[in-house]
Design a protein around this ligand. Structure first.
Ligand SMILES: Nc1nc2c(ncn2[C@@H]2O[C@H](COP(=O)(O)OP(=O)(O)OP(=O)(O)O)[C@@H](O)[C@H]2O)c(=O)[nH]1
Ligand SMILES: [Mg+2]
Length: 682
C-alpha cells in the first residue's frame, strides 16, 4: 500500500532568479525534515540537488532536481530549479509538474529578471503562487522596502504570512498564531489583512466574519486554498536558508496551506491536434486510467536514459504497461522510482501528485504524455512556450573522424534540453543554439567531459530569410523527347505575399483536370524544392502562397518528373517578377545593467539599428533595459556589454520577428551569394 494518498501530497517548485538561495533552501528543508543530518552547501559542492559535476564547478543549478521529504503525515515533492536565465528552459519545464510555484527572492538583490518572469509564467500555467524572501540574515538589506516593491510589482494580494523578528534570526507567524513583535510592521495588521483577503472569496464566510469580527484558521483552510488557486492571494514568507530562520515555518505552511493534488488548478491538457484540440482535465483519482507527463529527460552515462514524470491521474505500479504519447508499443514500468537528487529510490506505487522516474526506456521523450489506454492517446499538455534560442555558434570537429561521436552527443543533448537546438544550415554549417553564452559553454563542457567530443567554434551566418513583395504569374512548359517515351508537363501558377510569419501555402485551383489530380503532389514537390534557397541571396523563402490554376498534360508522356520540373520552373519564373527581398531576424533584447550605464547602453543599441522600448527597475541601482535590434548587429554585443558595465551586465535575446534588411545590406548579401555560387560552379 502506498504510504501517502494524494490528499497527503504537496508539490512545490522552487523557482526564482539565480543565487536567490533555492538549492540552499531545499537543503535546509531536507535537514529540518530529517532526510539529511546536516545541510550541505553550494560552495562546498555538497548539496543534494546540485549533484552534477558541472553544477559544482559553476556553483549554480543547471537542471531541475527532485527531492521529497515527509513532514508529519504529509509528503512534499520539491523541485529545485535553475534560476540563471540561460538555464530557464529546465525551470519552465518543471512548472506543469506542480500545484505551487514558490518564487524565491533574494533579500539582497530584490526583484530580478527571472523573479518577474517566473511570476508571469506561473500565472499563465494557473499555478498557485507564493513568494519566499530568503537571505533575511544578510547585512544591509531593506526588507520593508522589498515587501513594498513586491506589492507594487505583483499586486496588493502579496501579503506576508509571517514577518522577520529578532533581527532576522527568526520569524513570527501572522496567520495561525499572530503574537509577538516583528522587525518591522505590525503582526496584528498583517493577520487582519490576510483574513480580509481570504474571506473575500466566500460570501457566507464574509458575513460571518463581519458579524463575529474574527474567524478560526481551520475555517479558513478551504477559502485560503481557493484564494491561492484564483490568484486572489499570494502569500509572502521570510527565510534564511543559512541560519534556519523561517524554515520550520515554511514546512508548516506547505503542509497546512498549500494545495494537495486534488485541489489547485488542474493541469492544462489538450486532446486532439492543432485548432481542433479540446481542453481536457485529468481527474486526480488514483483509480482511473494513468495519465502522467514527462517533464525532464536525462541521459546518464551509467544509468542510461531517465524519464522524470508527474502522475496526474491513476496509479503506476511495477506491473503497469505504459504507452508513450501516440506510440503503439507499451513498456512495462518494472522499476518505478522516486528521486532524491542523484539517488533513485524504488517504490511500489506512484499516485496522482507523485513525481517519479523510469530508466532505460528508449522512446521516452521530453513533454511526452504517458498513459495506459488507447482511449488516452492524442493527449498532450498545452504548449509550454519556451524562449527561442538565439545564441548561435557554428561548430566543426577538432579532429577528423569525430563527426559521428559529435552528432551522437548533440542528439543526446537536444533530447534533454528544450532550449538547445542543432541545425545544419543551407550554408553547410552545423549550428548549435542556446539561450546565452553560459548555456553554450555548458553544452561544450558536456560534449567534451561526458562524450569526449571536441569542437572548434565560430560565429555562424545569420539566419536570413527571403520573401516576395508583389503578386506575380509564373509559367513553365516542360518537354523532353529522348528516344522512346517523352516527358511532358505544363504549369500555370500565381504567387502572392503572405503576412509575416505565415510560412508557405500551396493551393490547388486547377479546374477540369488540365493537370490531373495525381500530378498535383508532383507540382507541389517541385515548388517546394525552390523554398530552400531563395533567388536573391540563397536563403530560405517564406510567407508565400502559390496557387496552381492551370496546365496541360499528355496522356502518354506526362510523368511525375515532368510536373516536378514544370512546378519548380514556373515558381522560379513567378518569383523573379515578384520583387523578392531579404528578411533579417529581429530579436527582443533584455539587458540587466547598473542604472548609471543606461545612457551608454541605449546609445550602443541605437548604433546597432536597434531601439530601446522601456526600462524596469530591478534591485536597487540596476535596471532591466528592454528593446529590439537586428540579430546581425549583435555579434559582438556580449563583449561590448562586458566592457561598458565592467562585467556587471547580462543580457538575453529571443526571436521577435523578421523584417526586410536595408537595401545596402541586401546588395552585399546578394553579391556574396553570387560570388559563392559562381565559385561552386567552377
Ligand atoms: N546570507 C545568506 N546566503 C545564502 C542564503 N541562502 C543561500 N545563500 C547563499 O547564496 C548563494 C546562492 O545560493 P544557491 O542556493 O546556490 O542559490 P540558487 O537559487 O539555488 O541559485 P541557482 O541554482 O543559480 O538558481 C550561495 O552562496 C549560498 O550560500 C541565506 O539565507 N543567507
Ligand atoms: Mg540552485
Amino acid at each position: 500500500m502506498p504510504k501517502f494518498a494524494p490528499e497527503a501530497l504537496r508539490t512545490v517548485a522552487l523557482v526564482g532568479h539565480g543565487a536567490s538561495g533555492k538549492t540552499t533552501l531545499a537543503e535546509a528543508l531536507l535537514a529540518k525534515a530529517g532526510v539529511i543530518q546536516t545541510p550541505g552547501s553550494v560552495e562546498k559542492g555538497t548539496t543534494v540537488c546540485d549533484f552534477d559535476a558541472l553544477e559544482k564547478t559553476y556553483q549554480h543549478s543547471l537542471n531541475a532536481s527532485m527531492v521529497h521529504l515527509d513532514h508529519r503525515d504529509t509528503r512534499i515533492h520539491l523541485i529545485d530549479t535553475p534560476g540563471l536565465p540561460d538555464f530557464i528552459g529546465r525551470a519552465l519545464g518543471a512548472l506543469p509538474a506542480v500545484e505551487t510555484a514558490a518564487v524565491v527572492v533574494s533579500a539582497q538583490n530584490g526583484i530580478e529578471m527571472i523573479t518577474t518572469r517566473m511570476m508571469q509564467w506561473a500565472k499563465k500555467r494557473d499555478l498557485c503562487r507564493m513568494i519566499i524572501i530568503n537571505k533575511i540574515d544578510a547585512e544591509n538589506i531593506d526588507l520593508p522596502g522589498l515587501l513594498k516593491a513586491i506589492q507594487e510589482s505583483f499586486g496588493a494580494e502579496c501579503l506576508p504570512i509571517n514577518l522577520p523578528a529578532d533581527d532576522g534570526k527568526k520569524v513570527v507567524d501572522c496567520f495561525f498564531n499572530p503574537a509577538g513583535d516583528a522587525d518591522f510592521s505590525s503582526v496584528a495588521d498583517a493577520h487582519q489583512a490576510l483574513i480580509d483577503q481570504v474571506v473575500e472569496v466566500d460570501e457566507k464566510l464574509m458575513e460571518k466574519y463581519l458579524e463575529q469580527g474574527d474567524i478560526s484558521p481551520e475555517e479558513l483552510h478551504a477559502p485560503f486554498e481557493q484564494a491561492l488557486r484564483e490568484g486572489h492571494l499570494i502569500p509572502v514568507c521570510f527565510t534564511s536558508a543559512r541560519n534556519g530562520a523561517g524554515v520550520a515555518e515554511l514546512l508548516e505552511i506547505m503542509v497546512k496551506l498549500l494545495p494537495n493534488p486534488t485541489e489547485g488548478n488542474p493541469p492544462q491538457f489538450l486532446k486532439g491536434e492543432g485548432a481542433a484540440a479540446q481542453p481536457i482535465h485529468a481527474e486526480r483519482d488514483a483509480k482511473k486510467h494513468v495519465l502522467a507527463h514527462v517533464f525532464k529527460v536525462n541521459i546518464d552515462p551509467f544509468i542510461g536514459k531517465v524519464g522524470v514524470f508527474r502522475v496526474h491521474q491513476g496509479t503506476i505500479t511495477r506491473d503497469t504497461q505504459l504507452f508513450i504519447g501516440d506510440g503503439r508499443k507499451p513498456f512495462k514500468v518494472s522499476h518505478p522510482y522516486l528521486l532524491r537528487g542523484k539517488d533513485f529510490i524504488e517504490t511500489d506505487a506512484l499516485l496522482p501528485g507523485d513525481i517519479g522516474a523510469v530508466s532505460k526506456v528508449d522512446d521516452i521523450h521530453f513533454d511526452a504524455v504517458l498513459h495506459d489506454s488507447h482511449d488516452e492517446d492524442h493527449i498532450h499538455l498545452a504548449p509550454l512556450g519556451f524562449p527561442v534560442p538565439m545564441h548561435r555558434l557554428a561548430i566543426e570537429p577538432k579532429k577528423r573522424g569525430d563527426e559521428q561521436r559529435i552528432s551522437e552527443a548533440l542528439h543526446k543533448l537536444t533530447t534533454e534540453d528544450p532550449t538547445f537546438k542543432v541545425e545544419h544550415t543551407a550554408a553547410n554549417e552545423t549550428v548549435i543554439s542556446g539561450l546565452g553564452e553560459l548555456h553554450m559553454r555548458y553544452i561544450l563542457d558536456r560534449m567534451q567531459g561526458q562524450y569526449h567530443a571536441e569542437v572548434n567554434t565560430k560565429p555562424p551566418r545569420i539566419p536570413y530569410r527571403e520573401t516576395i513583395t508583389a503578386k506575380a504569374e509564373g509559367h513553365h512548359h516542360h518537354k523532353k523527347q529522348t528516344g522512346g517515351a517523352g516527358q511532358f508537363g505544363e504549369v500555370f501558377l500565381r504567387i502572392e505575399p503572405l503576412t509575416r510569419g505565415s510560412g508557405f501555402e500551396f493551393v490547388d485551383e486547377v479546374k477540369g483536370g488540365t493537370i490531373p489530380g495525381q500530378y498535383i503532389p508532383a507540382v507541389e514537390k517541385g515548388v517546394r524544392q525552390v523554398l530552400d534557397a531563395g533567388p536573391v541571396a540563397g536563403y530560405p523563402l517564406q510567407d508565400v502562397r502559390v496557387i496552381v490554376y492551370d496546365g496541360k498534360h499528355h496522356p502518354v508522356d506526362s510523368k511525375e518528373v515532368a510536373f516536378i520540373s514544370a512546378g519548380k520552373r514556373a515558381f522560379m519564373d513567378a518569383i523573379s517578377k515578384a520583387r523578392p527581398i531579404v528578411l533579417e531576424p529581429i530579436v527582443n533584447v533584455e539587458i540587466a545593467a547598473p542604472e548609471a550605464k543606461m545612457g551608454d547602453i541605449a546609445g550602443d543599441i541605437s548604433s546597432r539599428r536597434g531601439q530601446v522600448s522601456g526600462t524596469d527597475s530591478l534591485a536597487a541601482g540596476t535596471l532591466a533595459i528592454k528593446g529590439h535590434a537586428p540579430l546581425a548587429e549583435l555579434t559582438d554585443f556580449q563583449t561590448r556589454l562586458k566592457s561598458v558595465t565592467a562585467g556587471q551586465g547580462s543580457f538575453s535575446i529571443e526571436l521577435s520577428h523578421y523584417e526586410p534588411v536595408p537595401p545596402t545590406v541586401q546588395k552585399q548579401l546578394a553579391e556574396l551569394h553570387a560570388k559563392t555560387a559562381h565559385a561552386e560552379e567552377e
